[in-house]
Ligand binder design. Structure first.
Ligand SMILES: Cc1cc2nc3c(=O)[nH]c(=O)nc-3n(C[C@H](O)[C@H](O)[C@H](O)COP(=O)(O)OP(=O)(O)OC[C@H]3O[C@@H](n4cnc5c(N)ncnc54)[C@H](O)[C@@H]3O)c2cc1C
Length: 367
């Protein structure tokens, strides 16, 4: 995996050339290699070992609290301490000003090691990127530092029980709070929300699509809101519940270790959110995160394929079976299956499908 990532990042995509741009001028191949090596090591030490265990032990709801296997929290600590939540952000924001392509190279290690555990930072990074791109400077100052430190996690709340592909039909409503411009009371239910509840972070920043009372029907009436699980004071300190209730956990194929939730907003009429940007632009803003997630899911698929290739390659080098076609001596030792032409062909098919997919993702990330 490390070889494939290095080859695609440096030799195919040529990420080093980015160091000619002012933002990346303090970086060179050594700094990029150091970041990728750190990611590889954390992925190997903290993500990969519980991949199977996480799959077999889905998140559970115990006395109203989501319980995950403890290894997920340890992996998040290692990820947080290495600064990966902020790595592609500017240095003054606590980041390393890494090119997105290198950040995606690091992400490839986490995704191939454990796609479910990698889901939590995947969503948090995406939510923070949306806030950075579209929220006001005040909102950015309030929410981003905690998200970039990995103290607050993020989600995307689009789907509702009756509205998946057809987002034009969402019903979650937002009612302006008198004398508090930009603040709304949210009410509604969201479905299939990944990382929608857990105890891995001090707070969860939900980005929620909703319809402001009186807004036109269809997608033009959709706005997007920052709705925290727990309220925060002016200094960003976490306070009481914001009336976001976990209705239940969903069980699904794939990503088993990532919580997937039904969330109820405002059952007690006390769920407050902040409008991001202009009313009616919610879907356009959400597509900032959605498109990043789409490419990210593509990268995950390439990473899963590469993880499979790595396992196949290892096994083919360890499994003795049969002899070369021209070997007539039945007492000779069997050869490793990698020596058989058809096994090599199958390995090459795996490699030829997954490596270009990885290159395409890094190429897109470099643009
Ligand atoms: C692993 C996973 C994680 C998820 N995480 C989140 C999350 O974090 N946040 C969130 O908001 N949602 C999340 N979702 C929900 C996801 O966004 C929805 O599943 C998706 O929008 C599809 O909606 P649906 O499942 O209701 O399918 P439906 O909309 O009911 O579609 C069913 C089928 O009909 C097809 N179809 C529907 N409409 C049309 C049409 N107009 N033309 C042609 N074909 C059509 C679809 O392609 C699909 O094959 C997640 C889903 C999965 C599987």
């Amino acid at each position: 995996m490390a070889r494939e990532v290095a080859f695609t990042i440096f030799d195919v995509v040529g990420v080093e050339d980015l160091s000619t741009l002012p933002r990346f001028e303090s970086h060179n191949r050594e700094t990029y290699e150091a970041v990728l090596e750190t990611a590889r090591k954390i992925a190997d030490d903290y993500f990969a070992p519980h991949n199977r265990k996480g799959d077999l032990n889905e998140p559970r709801l115990v006395n109203g609290v989501v319980e995950l296997i403890p290894e997920v929290s340890e992996a998040m600590d290692a990820y947080r301490e290495a600064g990966f939540f902020a790595a592609h952000h500017d240095e003054e924001d606590g980041g390393l000003a890494l090119p997105w392509a290198v950040a995606q190279g690091a992400s490839a290690f986490f995704q191939s090691a454990n796609i479910a555990t990698a889901g939590y930072p995947f969503l948090t990074v995406g939510a923070a990127n949306l806030i950075k791109a579209h929220a006001s400077p005040e909102q950015q100052a309030h929410w981003l530092p905690s998200m970039l430190e990995g103290r607050f996690f993020g989600t995307m709340c689009l789907s509702e029980p009756h509205a998946g592909s057809g987002l034009a039909d969402i019903r979650t409503t937002a009612i302006p709070i008198p004398d508090q411009p930009g603040r709304y009371k949210l009410r509604g239910q969201k479905m299939w929300i990944s990382a929608g509840d857990h105890e891995l972070s001090d707070n969860i920043v939900h980005l929620v699509l909703a319809r402001i009372e009186g807004a036109p029907a269809g997608t033009k009436g959709i706005s997007i809101f920052i709705v925290p699980k727990r309220r925060t004071d002016a200094a960003g300190q976490v306070g009481p519940s914001n009336d976001v209730r976990l209705v239940s956990l969903n069980h699904k194929m794939g990503y088993r270790g990532t919580t997937n939730t039904i969330l109820a907003f405002g059952e007690d009429d006390s769920c407050e959110g902040e409008l991001i940007g202009e009313a009616g632009q919610g879907l356009a803003y959400m597509f900032h995160m959605m498109n990043e997630a789409r490419i990210g899911v593509g990268l995950s698929s390439a990473c899963l394929g590469l993880a499979g290739y790595a396992e196949s390659l290892r096994y083919a080098g360890e499994r003795p079976q049969g002899r070369h076609a021209d070997e007539r001596d039945p007492t000779s030792k069997p050869v490793m299956i990698i020596e058989h032409a058809d096994v090599r062909r199958m390995l090459m098919v795996q490699k030829a499908l997954c490596e270009p997919a990885l290159s395409l993702c890094f190429y897109a990330a470099r643009l």
